[in-house]
Design a binder for this molecule. Sequence first.
Ligand SMILES: NC(=O)c1ccc[n+]([C@@H]2O[C@H](COP(=O)([O-])OP(=O)(O)OC[C@H]3O[C@@H](n4cnc5c(N)ncnc54)[C@H](OP(=O)(O)O)[C@@H]3O)[C@@H](O)[C@H]2O)c1
Length: 302
Amino acid sequence: MKVLVTGANGQLGRHMRLLVEGNAPDAVAPSTQHEYHFTDIEELDITRRDAVFNYVLRQGITLVVNCAAYTNVDRAEEEESVADMVNHLAVRHLADAMKVNGGTLIHVSTDYVFGGGMHNRPCAEDAAVNPTGAYGRTKLAGERAIGEVGCHHLILRTAWLYSEFGNNFVKTMLRIMSQRECCQVVFDQVGTPTYAGDLARAIFDIVEHERFRGNEGVYHFSNEGVCSWFDFAKEIARQSGITSCNIAPCHSNEFPSKVDRPPFSVLDKSKFKRTFGTTIPYWTDSLAVCLSNLQQDNQTTR
Ligand SMILES: NC(=O)c1ccc[n+]([C@@H]2O[C@H](COP(=O)([O-])OP(=O)(O)OC[C@H]3O[C@@H](n4cnc5c(N)ncnc54)[C@H](OP(=O)(O)O)[C@@H]3O)[C@@H](O)[C@H]2O)c1
């Protein structure tokens, strides 16, 4: 099977590549039985419909793992049409291409499809969607486009993604905590961090064993457990041995933002675990893996 991984230079895409190439940080080097193609915007701009069709049909791709996205939540408010091109219209191109050749699209989506409401229970896949910002709206439109096209598909919604690569909360907090004596972090937004390495491994297993067959639909995936951003920051400091920065809790309204972030975005992963038999690591254990890799390679700037 020929597999295309788009957005291969992003957090999730980089981890997919590490796994396929046998360079995963946890040194469990799986061997692949499929042919993987990794592309990012330079090799394949997924907003270009003709380029998507050319690539997929010429290379005989029958499975796409779409890790490409417009992920800047704040900037999306100012350029929703650009975000929409990547998160919605391009997803339709990928879905159309898979429809034409009978392939499958594994698409990654987000907790931002859920809105503001004061939930206090983990969100199941069929919970009412109600995005409050442009990023969430465009991601939801991408999900719906897949349904409209009707290609074989899996939609994996995740949340609070971090990794050794790119920009994310872990790397930002490490930088801030090393530079300042104090900082404030919101405690009234609750969710579950997701290590991109864990999500990549879950996707890799689904692809390798072709478990997407007969299991189409929407799934939720994050690490196990629940915390606030404040708890997350405290744990980053604790595990990194940083004591020089006092981390204080604050309310979201002390950090005015263009976007209302979901106050409770804990995803219910029962369906994913039941369907794919996956054991998902607890969030603090995965954080330890990421921090150890960052420390080992001193890669906080990569
Ligand atoms: N990050 C989070 O906290 C989070 C939370 C929930 C869900 N998700 C979802 O998880 C998935 C993976 O997120 P991530 O954090 O790995 O994203 P990321 O690090 O931002 O990576 C996305 C990649 O897609 C590329 N890309 C952008 N436009 C493209 C285009 N037109 N054609 C091809 N590639 C393009 C980006 O390139 P440039 O960098 O050059 O733009 C980047 O390399 C996304 O679907 C995202 O919506 C993320």
